[in-house]
Design a protein around this ligand. Structure first.
Ligand code: TRH
Length: 378
């Protein structure tokens, strides 16, 4: 049995916890590892995985134990801890391991190897291929930490997805799941076009409401909880557009989130984990990126766009690029929503091709397990 300790710091929102939980689950369930997820804000994780609560319990093969990351200046970063480093250690998103734990890794290296990884964010940028698998020696102890860059090619460590994804996003489930979920939300399961809406408050929400209103085709907006959705609701109310139906969705558990995406016809979606799930669900999507200083998110978007749009005819590509530019960057393009919707069939065909590409990529858990076995041999 392999033991694995994953360290995660919640910067904001749900993405850090969401990505960590998914990966922890896959390492445990698909590789039978005993995983401890040490997280500094377990309440955020519980909001999307109600069954995941921090506990002081021994870790078992094939399961994940969530531990509170203790930062009280003592030498105990979580409980119970026997002072030993696990076989595999994963530092998520540059969260920096606790000093006492780094010392434990160094002690372990004196007698046996340890696979230490630093997991970065998912990106289509070139540096993911260049940096994936590179070692970096610890400045004090000298042991190697290996960088893991998720991405969209074989040269990266792949994407954070389950092996059995085809079952989760099986189109044959769509109708029954949609009926059940939409009934819970008070949405119309027979509506011809439902857009799932989950984005950041930085998005030009009021302008987007106007875009929706300009297009006479009916749309049902199923909105995730949050400030952006609340603003969209207000903006739509003031526009009095009877062809737009706004439905407030509740916060659902992470596995149900997949079903929500499967049920919808398209998604305006954010983040890293959410947008990946929308792509895996095979639905047309508009991606609002986590806004970053110096507009680095626009570079990230451009790299992704160069891959994602490959399966789209020129007109659909243009429509997708323009709506992306609008929601992430603000310049007003005439009728972005209308143009995008005009191309929905091509966008759907492109989303299906892209979904197949994603299913053929290595999974993050698979890459980590292979690399870990190599590192643990020496
Ligand atoms: O919530 P996010 O936008 O957050 C993160 C952080 O801000 C992080 O610092 C940043 O680096 C990163 O984004 C890019 O990320 P995302 O991908 O939208 O994650 C949301 C998670 O919440 C995802 O796992 C899906 C889940 N979720 C549910 O389980 N149920 C729900 O009802 C909703 C709306 C989301």
């Amino acid at each position: 049995m392999r033991t694995c300790d994953m360290f995660c710091r919640v910067i904001d929102n749900y993405g850090d916890a969401g990505v960590s939980w998914r990966l922890a689950q896959m390492l445990a369930k698909e590789y039978d590892w005993a995983v401890r997820l040490i997280i500094d804000d377990a309440a955020v994780l519980s909001a999307i995985v109600p069954t995941a609560k921090a506990e002081v319990a021994p870790v078992k093969a094939g399961s994940v134990t969530v531990c509170d990351w203790i930062e009280d200046g003592s030498d105990v970063p979580f409980r119970p801890w026997d002072g030993q480093a696990a076989d595999v250690v994963i530092e998520l998103f540059s969260c920096r391991l606790p000093d006492a734990y780094e010392a434990a890794i160094a002690r372990r290296f004196e007698t046996s190897p340890c696979a230490v990884f630093a997991l970065d964010y998912l990106t289509a940028e070139k540096y993911a291929e260049e940096g994936n698998g590179l070692p970096s020696p610890h400045p004090r102890y000298g042991y190697d930490k290996t960088f893991l860059f998720p991405g969209f090619s074989e040269k990266t460590c792949g994407i954070n997805r389950e092996r059995n994804l085809q079952q989760i996003f099986n189109p044959a489930r769509k109708e029954s799941v949609r009926k059940r979920l939409f009934a819970e939300f008070g949405a119309d399961p027979e509506h011809p076009f439902t857009l799932y809406f989950f984005t950041y408050p930085e998005m030009p929400v009021e302008g987007f409401a106007q875009c929706l209103a300009q297009d006479p085709r009916p749309v049902q907006v199923l909105a995730a909880p949050g400030a952006a959705s609340a603003r969209l609701k207000r903006a739509l109310e003031s526009l009095e557009a009877p062809h737009i139906c706004f439905v407030q969705a509740s916060m659902v558990a992470q596995d149900v989130f997949d079903d929500v995406l499967l049920s919808c016809d398209a998604a305006l979606i954010r983040g890293e984990d959410s947008v990946l799930r929308a792509q895996l669900a095979g639905i047309p999507m508009i991606w609002t990126l986590y806004p970053q200083q110096e507009d680095t998110h626009l570079t990230k978007l451009a790299a992704f766009a160069s891959l994602y749009t490959q399966a789209l005819p020129q007109t659909a590509r243009q429509a997708w690029l323009e709506i992306e530019d609008y929601v992430n960057n603000g310049p007003v393009h005439e009728h972005v929503w209308k143009n995008w919707r005009d191309r929905i069939e091509e966008l759907q065909a492109g989303a299906t091709v892209w979904q197949k590409t994603l299913f053929s990529l290595p999974t993050l858990a698979e890459s980590i397990s292979k690399l870990a076995e190599k590192k643990l041999k020496f």
